[in-house]
Design a protein around this ligand. Structure first.
Ligand code: ATP
Ligand code: MG
Length: 557
């Protein structure tokens, strides 16, 4: 551990680590331990940055460890997606390979045998319901099971028989023998092993007994030598059990370190679900386009939407590590994203709702290339060439037949500047009298008004984005709204789904350079917002962009 660590701690966990170092600890190991039963979400990002961040700051190690101890709900797809998401977030800090709790099944078994031999665990034939009823309440102590007094020899034989597959699911469990009168209900002889006759995705049918979280987790930490096991607040009441397990197996040869658990507040975002179970319900109901639907707060959805690891890390750092649960405004997350994209997203122009414009004094068939800065905030920005000609598109909402003086966009007889090109004047327009729809604008341009020209500096209030019509590529933009209607009284998440959360615009006109836009790249469409090339559907001859975030920032700080 270097001298760098003498600096001030950013949160109570760092304060803890600093005091452990002062007391002689010479290395730091953390872990991120997801159960592979779904895709990771924004809440997990908090835990990933916290654990990998601590390892980085203290020049220690952080493991990605799959807590794959429940074969019924887990699967390969989830393992792969989780690994991909973690690598996406931690980048060059990535680990060689992930760890799996299932690699330690033999150790868990040995630990259980050790507890049995010490008279600290027993096989119980009670049903799950009976065990629940006998657990007692916060006000009343629990009742001891009639099987609690079994001899060590009998417990050992029964546990061996459980492993050998002699019993059906639920017929027997192994319980820790602690204290049925403990004020902490988790200490009232918790179940630590159960029978599950289901193939495991990694160990197949080698096992039909599986350890419960409260036994497995402290052992996993201690086997890997985790020094600081950071988890969320709901596990605070489990900490005495965590300590009980490790205190009672400390002489086992596979124990590398006496790990300690520390709890912090979960990240919850306003108007956002951060529960794998609920997200899974939306996916399984077919209401979204898979786990990576850009409307979902999953990491794969956020990635597809154009969120960057940098923005997510910035957000997770800025909200800090707290000891009390609270909800963070979604606008704060968007604010961090905008700050990042404003720096790094190349600018381009796209017309979402096109209206034809003909420049009547510009020669038919002629095209000239205009230079536009890719990062206008940067004086030395590289530029991109964009075609200009007689036929253009502007945004339909940027023209009004009649408008007051506060409308600085285009109206009959008025001028606007076209970004990176000329000043144009609306001379006339063509309207479908039957429908009232405006078909086309007829404009003239001022040939001297481009950058460097004689009239370039004329004072013109409005500036519009535009796209040259004959070379434009046509494609889609997917506008995204809130996935769920939180004002709805519906209990079930599936009934809170907002069917208007996706709006597809399918005649969008893009600058021709967008035909070569890399999948997953986010651009700023000038005046419209940030949009990301959809890695799932975009094709060179038909680009598809998803809305990343609007330009307008309403975060108050
Ligand atoms: P979910 O309730 O969505 O299934 P989980 O806590 O069951 O989440 P795990 O796979 O067990 O998911 O979580 C892996 C790690 O991520 C755990 O250490 C957990 O504490 C942490 N974590 C999960 N959700 C959040 C959250 N909202 N904020 C911070 N950390 C979280
Ligand atoms: Mg869980």
């Amino acid at each position: 551990v270097s001298e760098q660590t003498e600096n001030i701690s950013a949160n109570f966990i760092e304060a803890q680590i600093n005091s452990d170092i002062a007391a002689g600890l010479d290395h730091i190991v953390t872990r991120f331990p997801p159960e592979p039963n779904g895709y990771l979400h924004i809440g997990h990002a908090k835990s990933i940055f916290l654990n990998f961040g601590l390892a980085k700051k203290y020049q220690g190690k952080c493991f990605l460890r799959f807590d794959d101890t429940n074969p019924v709900k887990e699967g390969e797809e989830f393992v792969n997606s989780i690994e991909r998401d973690v690598r996406w977030l931690v980048g060059d800090q990535a680990f060689d390979k992930a760890n799996f709790a299932s690699d330690y099944f033999e150790y868990f078994y040995q630990a259980a045998v050790m507890l049995i031999k010490k008279g600290l665990a027993y096989v119980d034939d009670s049903t799950a319901d009976q065990i629940r009823l006998m657990r007692g309440t916060l006000k009343s102590p629990g009742q001891e099971s009639p099987f609690r007094t079994r001899s060590v020899e009998e417990n050992l034989q029964l546990f061996i028989d459980m492993r050998a597959g002699k019993f059906a699911n639920g017929e027997k469990v192994l319980r820790a023998k602690i204290d049925m009168a403990s004020p902490n209900i988790n200490m009232r002889d918790p179940v630590i092993y159960r029978i599950v006759h289901t193939s495991h995705q990694r160990t197949g049918d080698a096992w039909c007994i599986y350890p419960m979280y409260d036994l497995a987790h402290p052992l996993e930490d201690a086997i890997e030598g985790v020094t600081h096991s950071v988890c969320t607040l709901e596990f605070e009441d489990h900490r005495p059990l965590y300590d009980w397990v490790l205190d009672n197996v400390k002489e086992a040869p596979f124990i590398k370190f006496r790990s300690r658990q520390y709890e912090f507040a979960r990240l919850e975002l306003e108007n956002t679900v951060t529960s794998k179970r609920k997200l899974k319900a939306l996916v399984e109901a077919g209401l979204v386009d898979g786990w990576d639907d850009p409307r979902l707060p999953t990491l794969s959805g956020l990635r597809r939407r154009g969120y960057t690891p940098e923005a997510l890390e910035d957000f997770c750092t800025r909200i800090g590590v707290a000891k009390t649960n609270s909800r963070v405004e979604t606008e704060y997350l968007k604010h961090c994203l905008r700050e990042d994209l404003n720096q790094h997203a190349p600018r381009t122009m796209a017309v979402l709702d096109p209206l034809k414009v003909t420049i009547t004094n510009y020669p038919e068939g002629q095209i000239e290339m205009r230079q536009a800065p890719i990062y206008p905030q940067d004086e030395n920005s590289p530029t991109v060439q964009i075609p200009f000609g007689r036929h253009l598109y502007i945004e339909r909402e940027d023209f009004r037949e009649q408008a007051n003086n506060k409308f600085y966009r285009l109206k009959p007889g008025k001028e606007v500047r076209l970004k990176s090109a000329y000043i144009i004047k609306c001379e006339d327009y063509i309207k479908d009298e039957a429908t009232g729809e405006i078909k086309e604008l007829l404009c003239t341009y001022d040939p001297d008004s481009a950058t460097g020209g004689a009239t370039a500096n004329r004072k013109i209030k409005g500036t519009l984005h535009w796209v040259e019509a004959t070379q434009a590529v046509e494609g889609e933009v997917h506008l995204l709204g809130d996935l769920l209607d939180f004002s709805s009284q519906a209990e079930d998440i599936v009934d809170q789904f907002n069917p208007e959360s996706l709006r597809v615009l399918d005649h969008v006109k893009f600058d021709p350079s967008m035909a070569d836009a890399p999948l997953g790249q986010t651009y700023q469409f000038q005046r419209k917002g940030y949009f990301c090339v959809d890695s799932k559907y975009s094709k060179p001859d038909r680009p598809v962009f998803v809305e990343t975030v609007s330009l307008k920032d309403s975060f108050k700080g």
